[in-house]
Design a protein around this ligand. Sequence first.
Ligand SMILES: [Zn+2]
Length: 454
Amino acid sequence: MSDTNDERTPSKRTVGTEQKQGFGLVGKDAGFIPTGNANVMSEGSSQNGHDRGGRRFVARTLVPLLVLAAILGGGFFWWTKLRPVQVTVNGTLQSVTVGTTIDQIKQDENIQTASGNYVSVSGNVLAEGGGHPYSVTINDKDTPYDEASVYKVSGGERISIGDGGDRTEPYTTETVNQAPRLLMEGNVGAINYISQWGSTTVKDVLTGQESGEQADGTVYQQGQDCIVTVKDVQPAGNKRLVALTFDDGPSQYTSQYLEILKAKGVKATFFCLGKEVDANPSAAKAIVDAGSQICSHSYDHPDLRNSDAQTVLDQLTSSFSSIENATGVKTTAFRPPYGSFTQKTWLSTQGVATVSVRWDIDTEDWRLPGAGRIVSNATTGVKPGSIILMHDGGGNRDQDVEALPQIIDTLQSQGYTFVTISELLASDDSIPSDIASCDATMPESAVWPDEIGE
Ligand SMILES: [Zn+2]
């Protein structure tokens, strides 16, 4: 209501006139015709003060605001839409209108580029030239094509437009846990041992929707394959070490062997059947008490290569348990019956066994060829690291008992020292110490493979 008083002061009338002029200046943009009318009313007639006051308010206050808004709006429009700015395009300074897209600049400047290819998730070309038409860096930063082509310049950018990159087909992404594979390293040798435990890889697998191809995406956790190494034992310095081994016991001959070994001051290794250990635990204990080594030769001598996975596992675990029960020795070393153990058989072990010991010198004592022949078979072709195969159980061993002292004497005269399998393995610098001790176990962090690889 204070408007009513204000309108009567002359100065305010002058303001009203100015507004009228100002209004004309803005013109139709303001589009507020009743304002002019308000001035006429205020000059020439005297209706009630309330009505006149409203019109005065429009003329005096709202109109200047509208004028200001129009000026500001126009300026804003110019600043955001029409202002010329400078950008550097491929090293040359260019003046362009603010907000111009890079796509437009490329056209206006006639910048020639070669298109990339349209490719599968594995990178195979699905359509030559079907990729992005050009590539862009903005202020030296690579900018994805889809983002770059519609980028509107604001001024001052350094833009580089080059040949287009490849465009990848649409694909789906699946995060997978990939178990390790079981690999064999080396082909020939008397021993097989786990030289590397496996672990799981966690990664994205991308499947191309057009090609159907698969490719690895992000790797979140890099695992490793399980590796079984096959080799002969090579004692450091080519030291003349040799191991005597007796299979299929313990038996009624075990004590005779142990007496000869004791007399000669020599140690050997007995690969025992769990079944025979269970039947004669004191003979098994005597082996350990004599300082020789005891390892597994399965529970009851099946050909493990022809056994199912569960049988392989059971044969190993039950024989390891029999040995531990009889002697207190925890071993994870074994000799497969018939030397028959493959990459596939290893897969069945689930990591309960860590070293498989075969032989490179076969006495063929099971043929009962005579003690002399057993001696010559045992001592011919021996080299540092050799493993000699003889038998404890499985039949009459009189010829072996007769041959054993001569075998020891002959090889000792050639400078050989008889050691256990653990001592032999420990003499080879490439074999891990826990494997050599024949009681290694799979680390908790390791994962057993679920398939074999090449
Ligand atoms: Zn055997």
